[in-house]
Design a protein around this ligand. Structure first.
Ligand code: ATP
Length: 415
């Protein structure tokens, strides 16, 4: 079906983006090339949603066209010759240009082999009908929708539908993408697509840890990641990623609390909450399987260890210095995760005080000040600094003068 979404383009794109695609269209017409806006931005424009970046596909030499476009618009150009792609950065606008490609998959889970192709080929290799539409940009055809798979009808009917029966076999990450879009837009999986997904759930095992992690990170980047996680749990996708992974109601509650606590929503914190109920060995399996980067692995591992320490944080009359001592070796994300997920109000309060106040407590006197006062360098100096910090944490001293007095007392006792 070809309709004219021109008005929507003009309404939804920023003036900079609109000017850029018009310039791209003029350049393409001059070079007798066809150029299209494709993928998520087309879907968003048709849904009247804001869309950040532009994806352009050229039938022909995309890199040459990207060079001219970057020059004419004063953008910064980065070329990936091997992939036949280029990126232009223009202020806050990111534009990806690629040559139209046809893809074939040698085996499930493998990366596809790619040849130059038409826009139809390029759309046919995409994940869902709603993501497989293009808008023509060259002068003469500007604004025409190319929709070979009925994407617009699926948008109207709020459906996520694959393009063919082998889609999830070719690339099982699409199953995670399907629930992410379904939940983001409040759509449903089209019934046959859901059947195929249930049939092919096990194919997720053919996907490398890096690619699964990337899709999970995309899920965690959604406004309410718990929705997609819950659905992924119901469909059996999470269990394929790791048998202990659940997307149940508890997770929704802690993710909501994480947002309410306005904790910086680092990926590490979300991963720590995702694996909060894991045993230590399960955490190791998980980080190993997903090849999580250092800080995330640390957060997951620390959370499992810290959970075991939480009962000692519930003891009555625990001085702030004792809490500090116990927590200082743990990553912040793991402490945040425990503060959010613990059932104990006392523990939560202590973890929160550590995060918001105690960990920032600094003494007025540092090592060199102590040496100037006559404290010899060495382990004693370290002990005295810690004593000062503990005294400050516990409110036994407040001002710099208090600190000086404590050091003098310490020296006069010949310690
Ligand atoms: P989002 O709003 O999540 O960024 P997007 O559609 O722009 O959505 P990208 O991940 O940037 O998402 O992908 C761009 C386009 O590339 C998609 O719209 C889709 O057409 C295609 N695509 C991405 N991943 C796949 C995949 N695994 N299989 C097939 N097509 C894909």
């Amino acid at each position: 079906m070809i309709t004219n979404p021109l008005l929507r383009l003009e309404r939804r794109l920023s003036p900079e983006a609109l000017a850029l695609i018009q310039r791209a269209g003029a350049l393409a017409a001059k070079g007798r090339l066809r150029i299209y806006l494709v993928g998520g931005v087309v879907r968003d424009v048709l849904m009247n949603r804001p869309s950040a970046d532009l994806d352009l596909v050229v039938e022909g030499n995309a890199i040459g066209l990207a060079g001219s476009l970057a020059r004419e618009s004063n953008g910064r150009l980065v070329i990936h010759r091997r992939f036949g792609t280029a990126k232009i950065r223009l202020g806050s606008l990111n534009v990806d240009l690629a040559m139209a490609r046809a893809e074939t998959y040698a085996r499930p889970g493998a990366l596809p082999s790619v040849q130059p192709g038409s826009i139809q080929d390029d759309l046919a290799r995409r994940d869902f009908t709603v993501n497989a539409m293009a808008i023509r940009l060259e002068r003469g055809g500007f604004g025409q929708l190319v929709d070979p798979f009925g994407g617009q009808a699926d948008l109207d009917n709020r459906l996520i539908r694959v393009l063919h029966d082998r889609s999830f076999i070719d690339d099982a990450t699409r199953m995670l993408r399907a629930v992410r879009y379904e939940q983001r837009f409040g759509f449903r999986l089209e019934p046959d697509t859901e059947k195929l997904l249930r049939r092919d759930v096990g194919m997720l095992r053919s996907i490398s840890g890096d690619r699964i992690r990337h899709e999970l990170e995309m899920m965690l980047g959604e406004e309410q990641p718990e929705k997609a996680l819950k659905r992924a749990g119901e469909l059996g996708l999470l269990a394929e990623v790791h048998p202990a992974l659940e997307g149940n109601g508890w997770l929704a509650e802690v993710f909501r609390k994480a947002r309410e606590a306005a904790a910086p929503q680092t990926v590490a914190l979300y991963f720590a909450l995702l694996t909060y109920r894991f045993k230590e060995t399960q955490c190791e399996d998980f980080t190993h399987r997903l090849k999580t980067p250092g800080p995330v692995s640390q957060a997951v591992r620390d959370t499992a260890r810290l959970r075991q320490q939480l009962p000692s944080l519930a003891q009555p009359c625990l001085a702030p210095s004792a809490v500090f001592e116990l927590l200082q070796g743990y990553s912040l994300a793991s402490i945040q995760a425990c503060a959010i997920a613990t059932d104990s109000a006392v523990v939560r309060e202590r973890l929160t005080l550590y995060l918001t106040r105690w960990r920032r407590v600094r003494t007025g006197l540092d090592g060199s000040a102590l040496q100037k006062m006559g404290v010899p360098a060495g382990p004693e100096l370290g002990r005295l600094l810690k004593e000062l910090r503990d005294a400050k944490l516990d409110g036994r001293i407040v001002t710099r003068e208090d600190e000086i007095e404590l050091v003098q007392r310490w020296l006069s006792q010949g310690r």
